[in-house]
Design a protein. Sequence first.
Length: 97
Amino acid sequence: MVELHSWLSHQHPGLKTYVALQQKTNELAQSDAEHRAVYKLLSSILDPFIASFDEEPLPAGVAETTFQRLRDADNAISLAPDQQIDAINKIASVDLL
């Protein structure tokens, strides 16, 4: 989880980052069974966002707002296990569009 947060915090908020993030979350869902639900959830919220901007320019304001929402959600998943449900609910409520 820390690895994903660290990677995301050093990326540019462009569409390629979201595509790479979805790829990373899918890979981590396979290798980190303890956090599989969180990774799958993060990946699923990226689908409509990526589809909306595929082959279209990503407006800078939208990119930055979305990037901040993802960083907030990603940061929430580093909480203690007893707080994981709240974190998962927070991630599930993120609307990237």
